[in-house]
Structure formats: C-alpha cells, structure tokens
Design a protein around this ligand. Structure first.
Ligand code: HAM
Length: 428
C-alpha cells in the first residue's frame, strides 16, 4: 500500500522542523493579536464555487468533490479563507467588530504534483476583518517580514500589486478581453479556453510564446479609481516608512476571484518553480457576497511545506536529542526504572528521557543508548536495585561510570547535565 499521489507522510525526522515552524508562527501571530479559529476540513462545494470563482483552476479542475450519503455535494477545502468567512458570518463575529483570526491545517487541491506542489498540503492562514485602511495591509505584511526574520530565512522578496475596486476590475477585464481577443492567434490553447471567463488569468500564463504578448498587455494601473490609487499609495508609504522592501508587480493577479485592491506574494528563488511561500490580499466584497454587511477584509496563507523546505536548506535541525537514556537489565530493575524515570520527568518538564523497554543485555541496551544520541545513560541492574543506587555515565566521554544513591539521583543528574550546558529547568 502506498500513500495517495501528492499526499505525504511527515516522518519523525522532519516533524521537529514542522513543530518549530508551527510554534514560531503561533508566537508571531499572537504578538499581533491574532486568535485561533478551527474550521472543518469539509464544506459545501458551493462555498468554494461562489468565493474562489467558477472560472478558476481550483474550482474548475482541482477540487476533491464528492456526494455524501444524503446526496449533498461536499468538497475537501482547497483553502481556508472561504471557510473563515462562512464561520465568521454563521457565528456573528463580524458584526461591528474587528477580528484578527488565524487557522492552520491541511488543504486539498488535485494539482499536478511536483517539488513544492502537493495534493494535500498545509497552510497557516491569517485573516483580519473590519479594517478598511492601508494600515492593516501594512501590518499584515510586517507580520510576514517578522516571521521570516524569526525563522532566520533570508532572500525572500515581497511583490505587491493592486487590483482596484470591482468597477476597475470589470473595466480592466474588458480591456484585457479585447486585447487578447485581438491577438487570438498568438495565444496558447489553455489561454484561449480561459479568455471568455477569466482574461486576468492569462497574465499568469507561463507559456513562453505568450510572454511578449503579456508584456504589452494593458496595465491595471490605468483603470484604478482615485480611492484605490490612494489606498495603494498609502500602503507603499507605510512600507517605506517601516523599511520593508518590495517590488510592484503589475502582473500579479492571484488565482482566486475574491481579491480586490492590495494583493501580495512573498517569493523565494531557492525553491525552483514553486517559490511562493506566502500569498494573500484584500477581499472586501466577500462577506457581503455571502449575505453579511459590507466588511473589509484582508489575509494571507503560508505554504508550510515550502517553508519547511527552506528551513531544511538554511537552519540547523531543531534539537530533539534525548538528554537521558535509562538502561534497566533484569526483572528486578523494571519497577525501580519506571519509578526513577517518572520522578525525573516530574522534576523537569523539559527533560527528554528514553527508558529502555523490551529488555536486552547491558551490551545491547548500551548500543541503543549510543544510537539514541542521549547525553547521559542511567544504569540499573540487579546490584543497583539491591543497594538502592543507580549508575550514571556521560555517553559522549570515555570517563568512568559513577554510582549514586537513588535518592540523590536528581541532584547528580541535574549537575551533570548543567555542566554540559544543558538546562532542563529547575527541579519542581
Ligand atoms: P493561495 O495562493 O492559493 O492562496 O495559497 C497560499 C499558499 O499556499 C501558496 O503561496 C503556497 O505557498 C501554498 N500552496 C498553495 N497550493 C499548494 C500546493 N498544491 N502545494 C503546496 N503548497 C501550496 C490562498 O489559499 C488564499 N486563501 C490566501 C489568502 C488568505 N488570501 C486571503 N486570505
């Protein structure tokens, strides 16, 4: 049996990095006042159709959609923004309120799998509601920049653009439709199919023969109304003021329909073709579109697989090395071993102690202790049990094994670890 194509196991050797990433993200989100919301993995298909858009790749060909036993059309969520808006409306979170929310979890898209692109992948999303100004746009971008700093990630570029308001988008859409229709002989099959429904998506085409045509396409900047233009100017001023570097990419249109005004992507060259590690933007119309009152909104989602891949390139693996390996030989030792292991864990909540279970000779247990890379071995055999003592040995060194009374174990162990610069915290 194999895992489903495009869906990956995260093995123990990688899990430490995932945990480090998830914990760092949580800390940074909390430092900006974001609160967690947990959302279902399955939603009514209509939710995604109406928000992400009928004419998008996601809805057209990437959703895991099925009929449940009642015949309702349900889908595995391809992203979290739609669910977040649905939940906020359902529970009255938006009414006269400011909300800063975050969620995390698996998303599902039936894309062509490749490095950095999977069918089950993980996002952390952040969504802010009720704030119309460019200040929250700037803040949410600062949050991203802070996260990269905290994670020690370098070489991450910020691209921003504005899509204007609905009217600007509509006029721009028409202009693009006219432009590409006039050059229909120069566009690839895929783009031809997209043209009637979503001409903006043609700007995203990676087709080499299209690049020149795309380069000459009309720019949205010319269609912005003064309000949108002011919003974008203000955002750029705020980013300049806080020292965040960015480039304006007028071709950045995003693959989901709900956006307006600010859109942005954090991109790295270090991951090959799938270099966008975080993407988002404003979606001021979505709450109202779902039947709520007009509620300005902005958010982003991080692609965790891609960030983990960067961490693998840049940062040293997180320490998961055990502090202590407890060797216990013989039936008499089992009870004492269990008791000592429990008391040590009780004393230092941060202690990583692996107790040998399943028996074995001294020799084989020492071998396992070495393999575990623990700093210190504790040794219990029949002799130690009889005398209420325990052996202690520093594993990286040649030195002798010491024997101490079991009641003095915690003091001795604490000292031994501290001498190696390992602080497992105070004894409870
Ligand atoms: P998105 O651009 O579709 O936006 O996805 C956000 C990020 O998720 C991408 O930049 C990428 O890092 C990661 N990602 C997407 N698809 C895959 C995949 N197949 N495999 C691995 N990683 C992937 C959204 O999902 C919006 N909901 C973001 C947002 C939140 N906008 C406003 N609020």
């Amino acid at each position: 049996m194999k895992a489903v194509r495009g869906m990956k196991d995260i093995l123990p050797v990688d899990a430490a990095r995932w945990r480090y990433l998830e914990e760092t993200v949580r800390t940074v989100l909390a430092s900006y006042g974001y609160e967690e919301i947990r959302l279902p993995i399955v939603e009514h298909t209509d939710l995604f159709r109406r928000s992400i858009g009928e004419e998008t790749d996601i809805v057209e060909k990437e959703m895991y959609t099925f009929a449940d036993r009642n015949g309702d059309s349900l889908s595995l969520r391809p992203e979290g923004t739609a669910s977040c808006v649905r939940a906020g409306l359902e529970h009255g979170l938006f009414h006269n309120q400011i909300q800063r929310l975050w969620y995390a979890g698996p998303m599902f898209r039936h894309e062509r799998p490749q490095k950095g692109r999977y069918r089950q992948f993980h996002q952390v999303g952040a969504e802010a509601y009720g704030m119309p100004g460019a200040d929250i746009d700037a803040e949410i971008i600062c949050l991203g920049a802070r996260l990269w700093r905290k994670l020690g990630l370098a070489d991450i570029r910020l691209e921003i653009n504005t899509l204007g308001d609905r009217e600007a988008r509509a006029s721009y859409r028409q202009a693009l439709f006219d432009y590409f229709s006039a050059h229909v002989d120069e566009i690839d099959e895929d783009s031809k199919n997209r043209l009637p429904g979503n001409p903006l998506r043609l700007l995203d085409s990676k087709h080499p023969a299209m690049q020149d045509l795309i380069g000459r396409a009309p720019s949205l900047i010319g269609y912005l109304n003064p309000e949108s233009e002011r919003h974008f100017t203000e955002l750029r001023g705020l980013l300049d003021a806080v020292g965040i570097r960015y480039s304006v990419n007028p071709r950045l249109v995003r693959g989901l329909d709900y956006y307006n005004r600010t859109v942005f992507e954090w991109v790295t060259q270090r991951l090959g073709a799938q270099g966008t590690i975080c993407a988002g933007g404003r979606y001021d119309g979505l709450v109202e579109q779902f039947g709520g009152r007009p509620t300005p909104a902005i958010g982003f989602a991080l692609g965790l697989e891609r960030i983990v891949a960067l961490l693998e390139q840049e940062a040293a693996p997180e320490a998961t090395r055990p502090h202590v390996y407890l060797i216990a030989v013989g039936e008499e030792a089992a009870a004492a071993a269990l008791r000592l292991a429990e008391s040590a864990r009780e004393a230092w909540p941060g202690l990583r102690l692996i107790a040998n279970c399943g028996g074995g000779s001294f020799k084989s247990q020492f071998r396992r202790a070495d393999k575990s890379q623990a700093h210190v071995a504790l040794i219990l055999g029949a002799e130690e049990v009889r005398q209420s003592t325990v052996g202690i040995k520093a594993l990286e060194e040649e030195g002798e094994q010491m024997t101490v009374a079991q009641r003095d174990l915690l003091d001795c162990l604490g000292e031994l670890l501290a001498r190696r610069g390992i602080l497992v915290g105070p004894v409870n």
